[in-house]
Design a protein around this ligand. Structure first.
Ligand SMILES: *Cc1c(COP(=O)(O)O)cnc(C)c1O
Length: 440
């Protein structure tokens, strides 16, 4: 096969930085900088462009009409990079669409990000990011454990294309991280540092500031980006761009979507790194659809309300569970030992303990299952971050296929129940957990 391509297919492949017309941006009023919660109601959408419709319509179209032939040519000059500055309008729905662009602008607001992208799932966001940033011979350095599908992607899928990896435990010290990066340098070109914090289900926090310092010190010539999966605490309780990360990755399926009714992903961060990821997304078509984007716009309007309430509920529920006679321990970020390294990271990086935690019951699988089977309000399901409280048993469900030794290292024991607290009434939840524990 020849490696050459026609200008048309070239355009399809590079599909650069497509952007629609300038959007309204009222970021402050009377000198007061507006908060994300306020901006979620109107930022980046002009009703006058849609017959005065208060909410953006869902733009169900596969392509966009050019004003004239010259405008079409101008778009494609931008798409192919023949003209600097990228595309200034809407072209084709694999590249962009009004709903997705409004969503991207609003998603970026939460972390003051230069740019943001949305995807069809958290995993398609992660896969697109990695395809854009690594090549054969490269090494990915990552914190461990990662979301299981992310580990599969790095180890088994990218491994087939000559990409290798080295990892360090999420709670590693600066010296331990440096040692792993030194070894990675000897192994190949380190092109990506990929973190997930807190880790699931250990809740171990990664010291992002330490990773960033080590990166700058040891990889100064190449400076690979630091990307972090912030699904568990973001964007409300942890904002890694402020601590040295370049890209923040989300499964928007979880807290951002928040209603357990959609699957989507997002990436926010520096334009320098977002641009190649956008090109890859344009090429392979991992953008989220307009309907999902619209639902996420709805979700972002209540993000702070939902996450705040869920966080308050979790604090009350964990305080109750911690002292219960049938409970061995509660792995909750709000209970980190004062003066510990983890507490130090928490104080520097996090503004809240989240609402997803690990409950260790006294006993084993029999006790976990009895507890789960007796819950009346909380639902028995995997996933997290929705309005409703969910509970599951990782050893028997999400992590069933993980080898026994690794399960033990990660603290994934049969008596572990993973809980994501929702926005119900906290006392109702406590009553539910109390009666389910009573039935164990
Ligand atoms: C759910 C999840 C993902 C994957 O997201 P999908 O939207 O299911 O593709 C990635 N990382 C974390 C931490 C998650 O919880």
């Amino acid at each position: 096969m020849s490696g050459s391509s026609t200008p048309e297919t070239e355009a399809e492949i590079t599909g650069a930085t497509t952007r629609r017309r300038p959007r309204p941006e009222i970021l402050e009023v009377g000198g007061r900088r507006l908060s994300p919660s306020t901006l979620m109601m109107g930022h980046a959408y002009d009703p006058a462009l849609s017959e005065g419709s208060l909410k953006p319509p869902i733009f169900l179209t596969s392509t966009f009409v050019f004003e004239n032939a010259a405008a079409g040519k101008r778009h494609f000059e931008g798409v192919t990079g023949k003209r600097p500055g990228g595309v200034d309008g809407l072209v084709y729905s694999r590249f962009n669409g009004p709903n997705q662009e409004i969503l991207e602008d609003r998603l970026g607001i939460w972390e003051d990000a230069e740019d943001a992208l949305v995807f069809s799932s958290g995993m398609s966001a992660i896969a697109t990011l990695m395809l854009a940033l690594v090549k054969p011979g490269d090494v990915i350095v990552h914190s461990a454990p990662l979301y299981a599908a992310t580990e599969t992607l790095i180890g088994r899928i990218l491994g087939r294309f000559g990409v290798t990896f080295l990892d360090f435990p999420a709670g590693a010290t600066e010296d331990e991280i440096a040692a792993v990066i030194e070894r990675a340098k000897a192994q190949g070109n380190v092109s990506l540092i990929y973190l997930e914090s807190p880790a699931n289900p250990t809740n171990a926090l990664v010291d992002i500031e330490a990773v960033s310092r080590v990166r700058d010190r040891l990889l100064g010539d190449t400076v690979p980006p630091i990307a972090i999966d912030n699904t568990f605490l973001g964007p409300l309780w942890q904002q890694p761009l402020r601590h040295g990360a370049d890209l923040v990755v989300y499964s928007l399926t979880k807290y951002a979507g928040g209603h357990s009714d959609l699957v989507a992903g997002g990436i926010s961060g520096a334009k320098k790194w977002i641009d190649p990821v956008r090109m890859m997304r344009n090429t392979i078509g991992t953008i989220c659809d307009p309907n999902t984007a619209w639902m996420l716009l709805r979700s972002l309007e209540t993000l702070e309300l939902r996450m705040s309430r869920a966080g308050e509920n979790a604090a009350k529920v964990c305080a109750f569970l911690r002292d219960h006679s049938k409970v061995e321990s509660v792995g909750y970020l709000g209970f980190l030992g004062e003066g510990s390294r983890q507490a130090d990271i928490y104080q520097r990086h996090c503004s809240g303990a989240g609402s997803t935690f690990s409950l260790y019951l006294k006993g084993g699988e029999r006790e976990s299952f009895a507890f789960l089977d007796n819950l009346k309000i909380a639902k028995l399901a995997v996933s997290l971050g929705g309005t409703e409280t969910l509970a599951s048993c990782p050893a028997a469900m999400t992590h069933l296929s993980v080898p026994d030794q690794r399960k033990q290292d990660l603290g994934i024991t049969d008596n572990l129940v993973r809980i994501s607290i929702g926005v119900e009434n906290a006392d109702d939840l406590i009553a539910d957990f109390d009666q389910a524990l009573g039935a164990v």
